[in-house]
Design a binder for this molecule. Structure first.
Ligand code: AMP
Ligand code: ZN
Length: 510
């Protein structure tokens, strides 16, 4: 990590105090963590029943930036992001099949095979976009005991009831003492009136009640013993359990996409307050959606594409392939709280913008100060101002768009130095070092932008050649099913194999 100087390492966040928009109040607030100097942050992770799409990437990228910046300015951060591997039903109102169990049935696999495959896919995509791993990545199935314990506590405290082996949270009872709707602004009376009475909801005292534990039918594979018979946890309870287990009953930041505000996060608050008697989260943060032609990118709407399709360009919505770094840059050009509409044109100009900044990064890394003692005061003031603006913009609700604009100004000065329009003799060593460290630090550590390495190409070419050899072997062995599969799978990724004379094979990128 680069800092203005090593002494200020612990105090940068004091000089540039963070303000963030708290969804609980709807206002921008000064960030004051529960334990000074430490930040506990929980973000709802993916439900691992399908490949993550680009919309999901946007949300995880936003929290990656937030964690990176908090660490950069000296906070000690514990970042918990869970894996939902049970309990997320097809419909938010406790209706339908478990998403993972359904996929397991369709693919004729064990649910845990589904979980493993898609967790690995998720991790690969996070690495491709240079999204850093969280400090702890707990899974719902690893915390069944704790989920049963808190459910018992909620029954004891009078906020939950059992019906036929299932346990439901009693929203009306809770709302007599507390405020259900505190986060989302929903009004309980309106919720009671709106919506249809769903199938299988007759067990609930009220249709707005939600499941903490569901009885498993004899055919339900994902099941655990409980005091109420075999069953599985509801979706919302896992996040209450895992956030408070690792961050304490009252922690700093809880995040997720805006679509999780209701019912998921509203229910999380009710569960935590019902069990522990206090508000679990000081600052709620919600990221806005990646849209396509103004509509939320979502698998069910059929307008989503996978990162692999984005890289290869192999999708009807894409005119060509785009690398992960220009896409990262594209996403950072808008504030996390605004919607971001996907378009080929915007991605095309992001490629150019990214290239400008990354070229300047390569230049400044190679520059050394000549050792002059005297600086041009006006020039130094300007460069110091640019450095401060990076901090000020990021501390102002993590404004990556404005920070990028400052980095463009800085890159122009770097190009001036390279072309000789600006002599390094006009800068003191201290000013130059501060400027250089800030440019490198904000590009690489805070925004996570890096050169897309030639090394990646070598790796890719090497990997394709291994597959070509395997395909040749499969053909020699007359295993045509396998040789066709290798060809088709590569084609789906945008890599076209060509069979030459005498068994030779070559490839091109489509
Ligand atoms: P899921 O696996 O569906 O629970 O989603 C994982 C995360 O991605 C959640 O925080 C969602 O809010 C978020 N998400 C889903 N669709 C989008 C989208 N189009 N744009 C931004 N975030 C999204
Ligand atoms: Zn959650």
């Amino acid at each position: 990590m680069y800092f203005r100087n090593s002494n200020s390492l612990k105090t940068v966040y004091k000089k540039f105090p963070i303000q963030l928009t708290n969804s609980l109040s709807g206002n921008k607030e000064i960030f004051q963590p529960v334990n000074p100097g430490h930040v506990g942050m929980y973000v709802c992770g993916p439900t691992v029943y399908s490949n993550v799409h680009l919309g999901n990437v946007r949300t995880f990228l936003s929290f990656d930036i937030i964690t990176r910046y908090l660490k950069y300015i000296g906070y000690k951060v514990r970042y918990v992001r869970n894996i939902t591997d049970v309990g997320h039903l097809e419909n938010d109102a406790d209706e339908g099949e478990d998403k993972i169990a359904k996929k397991a049935r369709l693919e004729q696999l064990e649910p845990m095979e589904i979980v493993k495959n898609y967790t690995e896919d998720f991790h690969t995509v996070m690495r491709q976009f240079n999204i850093l791993p969280p400090s702890i990545e707990p899974s719902a199935t690893g915390h069944i005991v704790e989920q049963i314990e808190i459910t018992k506590k909620l029954i004891e405290n009078g906020f939950a009831y059992e019906v036929n082996g299932s346990i439901y949270f009693d929203v009306t009872k809770y709302n007599e003492k507390h405020n259900y709707g505190i986060l989302s602004g929903r009004v309980i009376e309106e919720l009671m009136e709106s919506g249809r009475q769903l199938d299988g909801q007759d067990e609930k005292r009220n249709k707005i009640d939600f499941a903490l534990w569901k009885k498993a039918s004899p055919y339900h594979i994902m099941r655990w013993h409980s005091p109420w018979g075999d069953g599985f946890p509801g979706w919302h309870i896992e996040c209450t359990v895992m956030s408070t287990k690792y961050l304490g009953s009252s922690f700093d930041i809880h995040g997720g996409g805006m679509d999780l505000k209701f019912p998921h996060h509203e229910c999380e608050i009710a569960q935590a307050v019902g069990a522990n008697g206090k508000d679990p989260v000081k600052y709620w943060m919600h990221t806005n959606m990646l849209t396509v032609n103004g509509q939320k990118m979502s698998k069910s709407l059929g307008n989503s594409f996978l990162p692999s399709e984005l890289f290869s360009g192999n999708h009807p919505l894409l005119e060509k392939g785009f690398g992960p770094m220009p896409v990262r840059f594209f996403m950072l050009q808008s504030h996390y709280s605004s919607t971001l509409d996907f378009s080929n044109e915007a991605l095309g100009s992001s490629e150019k913008g990214f290239r400008k900044l990354i070229n300047a990064l390569a230049i400044i890394k190679k520059l050394d100060h000549p050792g002059s003692q005297q600086g041009d005061a006006a020039l130094e003031t300007e460069l110091n101002r640019l450095v401060d603006e990076c901090y000020l913009n990021m501390s102002d609700d993590f404004n990556t768009a404005k920070t990028l604009a400052v980095l463009f100004e800085m890159s122009a000065r770097i190009n001036d130095i390279k072309s000789g329009n600006l002599s390094l003799n006009k800068l003191t060593s201290e000013c130059f070092t501060t400027f250089k460290n800030a440019y490198i630090g904000f590009m690489e550590n805070v925004l996570g932008l890096k050169e897309e390495k030639a090394q990646d190409d070598e790796l890719l070419n090497g990997t394709i050649n291994v597959l070509i050899e395997l395909r040749k072997k499969a053909r020699t062995d007359k295993n045509f099913a396998l040789s066709d599969k290798i060809r088709d799978d590569l084609k789906a990724l945008g890599i076209q194999l060509k069979d030459g004379k005498e068994g030779d094979m070559s490839y091109t990128f489509e």
